[in-house]
Design a protein around this ligand. Sequence first.
Ligand code: VGL
Ligand code: ZN
Length: 199
Amino acid sequence: MSIERDSALLVVDMQNCFLPGGSLAVAEGDEVIPVINRYIELFQGAGRPVFASRDWHPEETTHFEKWPQHCVQNTRSAEFHPDLALPPDATVVSKGMDPQEDAYSAFQAVDQEGRLLGDSLRARGIRHLYVSGLALDYCVRYSALDAARNGLQVTLLIDATRAVNAEIHDAETAIEDLVRSGVRLATIETVGAREASAD
Ligand code: VGL
Ligand code: ZN
């Protein structure tokens, strides 16, 4: 069995603001960069598309009443981490532009043409979404849940995500919630081994 022909990789919010040194840094968030790069290689090698979401806030938004200012449009903080090896043909989708909305889910994000992620995935015939990135207890959680609600088969790449953990059990709660919603868990060993043994 290999990475399915109808699958895609979603890389959630791997931006400077969420990485060590950023204004809303996820502890050890940088540890997932090389892991995500391996997933990107696997998916690209299998000819499967890569989607990358980004938090893309205006300077003023009600979202900053809950969080320190982060990922403001066209700032360094909002750029993808320079070590993230996104392929040139990755589809970038942006969310959080509405000054009154949090928009944690990548399914609220749109590409350059204004097309919602869910519509892009449908147009590409994607039925299985592999989810990676930051933060497990917010954007990754809501994105994976929305993917399942959209009728996609969803796999959370647990070695390619980290949590903010505002409360100590937030990562666990997120994983439990996702598993209850039918989301599967996988690591580079399981996904990569399946790919290596594919005929
Ligand atoms: C996120 C907090 C605030 C996320 C976005 O992408 O997980 N978290 N804005
Ligand atoms: Zn945000």
